[in-house]
Design a protein around this ligand. Structure first.
Ligand SMILES: C[S@@+](CC[C@H](N)C(=O)[O-])C[C@H]1O[C@@H](n2cnc3c(N)ncnc32)[C@H](O)[C@@H]1O
Length: 286
């Protein structure tokens, strides 16, 4: 996979904060991921919470669990797991601004005692000791990884012997050289691998009992609503760009949101929920 500079990814999210803030005001919470719709008329804020609930139920988080939220963004998954499941959570992200928003989020929800955040790259996890976590949780973060095997090796290192992982993300359904995929990757700082390659990476790194669920239909209304937003935001943004109010990067990201929906509709991209157990080989002693 092509390499990707973490600073580039952070810069994209910094530029997109304004767009997220609009969504957050509408939703009343700070999720940065796609919403999972039980039905098409569902409130978008509820749908975004649904995605978190779905992942949490799939991996079975409870109050004894120490959860590592990789690519925690503005802390919505971390806060939710602490508040609803009573878990202890460490959120890591490469974006300093996201961590600021995440800490504020934890303060506002009064879960600071159980939630902390650290600036860390999930390919390195320098702030996380071996065997110190029960669950590694990644909500739309791994799609940014140019080295999923390297990331998974780190996740295994920090997990206790009976630990588990839980991810939801966008994956390619099969290999493709479609130019639109490259355009989406460049605009959003992503590296989109196939779901099959990810399953192989889990196996190769020692994870066991992997479960892969295709949840594309549930998030389709969410990709559609991002496309609708982008359809308005892109032409307006071009005008605002002329007077320096919107950057080229933001414009590219708006176009990429439309393309994601197009690629989902054409079945090139799918949205998957993946869980797996750490597995015994190379078990940590602590
Ligand atoms: C789509 S957002 C999802 C945020 C959050 N999980 C949520 O669902 O609201 C992806 C996040 O992953 C972070 N990220 C990307 N690459 C990363 C890396 N290598 N290490 C840590 N965080 C990363 C980004 O900065 C961003 O905050």
């Amino acid at each position: 996979m092509r390499d990707l500079d973490p600073d580039e990814v952070s810069a994209i999210y910094e530029d997109l904060e304004m767009t997220y803030q609009i969504e957050w005001r509408r939703r009343g919470h700070r999720s940065m991921h796609l919403g999972y719709y039980d039905d098409e008329d569902q409130d978008p804020g509820e749908a975004a919470k649904n995605t978190v609930r779905l992942l949490s139920e799939a991996v079975g988080i409870d109050s004894g669990d120490r959860v590592l939220d990789v690519g925690c963004g503005a802390g919505e998954g971390a806060v939710w797991n602490a508040q609803v499941n009573g878990a202890t959570v460490l959120g890591v992200d490469i974006g300093g601004r996201q961590l600021e928003l995440a800490r504020e989020n934890a303060r506002e929800h009064d879960v600071e005692e159980r939630v902390s955040f650290a600036l860390d790259n999930f390919h390195e996890l320098t702030s996380v000791p071996d065997g110190s976590m029960d669950v590694v949780w990644g909500l739309e973060a791994l799609s940014h990884s140019p080295d999923r095997v390297g990331a998974l090796e780190q996740f295994r290192r920090v997990l206790a012997a009976d630990g588990r992982v839980a991810f939801t993300d966008i994956f390619l359904r099969s290999p493709t050289d479609d130019d639109r995929v490259r355009e989406v990757e460049d605009a959003l700082g992503l590296r989109l691998g196939t779901i099959d390659a990810f399953e192989r990476a889990l196996e190769e790194t020692g994870f066991e009992n992997a479960s892969v669920r295709d949840e594309t239909d549930g998030v389709r209304p969410s990709t559609e609503s991002r496309r609708q937003f982008a359809r308005v935001a892109h032409p307006v943004g071009r005008v605002l760009g002329l007077v320096g109010l919107i950057t080229e990067r933001q414009l590219d990201a708006f176009r990429a949101s439309s393309l994601v929906h197009e690629l989902v509709e054409e079945s090139l991209l799918g949205y998957y929920l993946v869980t797996a157990d750490r597995g015994e080989t190379g078990t940590n002693t602590n």
